[in-house]
Design a protein around this ligand. Structure first.
Ligand code: B12
Length: 223
């Protein structure tokens, strides 16, 4: 994370307050901490990964150990997802560059926050990021790529059982669009699988927003 200059901004303290808000169903507290993080100007990537992703991974660990209820986990997710939209004034501050990406979760993949973050990173860099959300049939993504003439399609997968869907979705997309760049990513790759998908024609596996930003910059410089 970039070291923020804001006097009084201590990332660990703000993170703890945000996580506390998630676990006690206190959206007002979460909102205040999220705003504090935004105002510290650490950048979108830091807000999304050091605050939101980190806290949701923690929520997931607590849920897995049976230390919080499913209701708390669902509330934490819904609250986090709605707060992401506070970044919109910054995302849309610059003009669009005429390029677009279609971002989607594979069939049966219900984890959609990572994909939403990916779409927002494209928007931050001046692209249109068309985000189709959870559990989207590949045919719908293919129709949209054709309609928008998108240069890129990004697939998000969080569950290990979703990796097989990634393989079949990329095959269908590649058959329909020989030239489109295909990116895949998501926490499913925390447990392996990167080599398996990168063996597919023209597929890049990126697992963080930092890697995505580097890819976008490289792509923008070459076109
Ligand atoms: C919220 C949540 C849910 C919600 C999701 C709702 C929603 N609106 O998204 C619901 C309740 C639906 C759910 C369901 C399930 N879940 Co769940 N869930 C979570 C939880 C707590 C948070 C997910 C999240 O948003 N994380 C934060 C985001 C920001 O992180 P991220 O997805 O990794 O994305 C980042 C990167 O990976 C990257 N990225 C993501 N996609 C892409 C794509 C590209 C191209 C790029 C470049 C980058 C990129 O960008 C993001 C920023 O860094 C996680 C815990 C965890 N560790 O995340 C478990 C977790 C993912 N779930 C898990 C499980 C097991 C399930 C269920 C099977 C539970 C069940 N028995 O029903 C079901 C599966 C449903 C399905 N078919 O998909 C496991 C997965 C384990 C595994 N090995 O597969 C986890 C890890 C919990 C755990 N600790 O065990 N879940």
């Amino acid at each position: 994370m970039n070291q923020p200059d804001k006097p009084g901004f201590v990332p660990e303290v703000v993170y703890r307050a945000y996580l506390g808000g998630l676990l006690t169903h206190d959206l007002q507290q979460c909102h205040a901490s999220f705003q504090q993080w935004l105002e510290a100007d650490t950048g979108l990537r830091s807000t999304y990964e050091d605050l939101v992703r980190r806290s949701l991974y923690q929520v997931g660990d607590l849920w897995e150990r049976g230390q919080i209820s499913v209701a708390t986990e669902h509330l934490a997710t819904a609250n986090s997802e709605s707060l992401l939209n506070l970044t919109y004034p910054r995302l849309f501050a610059q003009p669009r560059n005429g390029k677009s990406a279609v971002i989607t979760c594979v069939p049966n993949e219900y984890h959609q926050i990572g994909g939403k973050m990916v779409a927002d990173v494209f928007e931050l860099h001046g692209w249109r990021g068309y985000f189709l959300g959870a559990n989207t049939p590949e045919g719908e993504a293919i129709t949209l790529i054709a309609e928008k003439r998108s240069e890129v399609v990004a697939l998000s997968v969080a569950t290990t059982f979703g990796l097989a869907e990634v393989v079949s979705a990329t095959a269908l997309i590649r058959a329909a669009f020989p030239e489109v760049a295909i990116l895949v990513g998501g926490q499913a790759f925390r447990w392996g699988g990167k080599e398996r998908v990168e063996r597919l024609l023209g597929v890049r596996c990126l697992t963080s927003l930092g890697e995505l930003e580097a890819w976008i910059k490289e792509h923008d410089n070459h076109v």
